[in-house]
Ligand binder design. Structure first.
Ligand code: FES
Length: 132
């Protein structure tokens, strides 16, 4: 993809974030952020008993890259099993945001996916605790 095309896509996600907002009755909510800059994110998910992410919403106080990256990855995780999401690596974000941005802004680029994984860990711990 051309650099300019990619920039248009990133700006579109920044200006019209997908899955931005709030879930009334989430199965998990996680507050995260980037300690390096102080930006924050609140992420919520609805997860079925079978472990499928049925809905995801986020509210973020962050830069263009963290906003766009979170919006992009939020579209990818819907209807996926949490075990599959846990395996999403750095390559996936590189594909979405491009190598240059990933290298220059690694923390911003991965804020969304890292928060999603943290939320899944929290969900699993809470589920386990409720089953004991
Ligand atoms: Fe804070 Fe990018 S500058 S997340």
């Amino acid at each position: 993809m051309l650099h300019e095309e990619l920039m248009d896509i990133i700006m579109d996600h920044y200006e019209n974030p997908r899955n931005s907002g709030e879930i009334k009755d989430p199965d998990v909510e996680f507050h995260g952020g980037n300690p390096g800059c102080g930006d924050t994110i609140t992420l919520q998910m609805k997860i079925s008993n079978e472990g499928i992410v049925e809905d995801i919403k986020f509210e973020i106080e962050g830069c263009i890259v963290s906003n766009a990256g979170t919006s992009m990855i939020s579209e990818k995780v819907i209807n996926k099993h949490i075990d599959e999401i846990k395996k999403i690596g750095r390559d996936e974000m590189r594909e979405l945001l491009g190598k240059d941005i990933i290298i220059r802004r690694p923390q911003c680029s991965h804020l969304g996916i890292d928060t999603i994984k943290s939320a899944i860990r929290k969900y699993e711990k809470e589920k386990l605790a409720s089953e004991i």
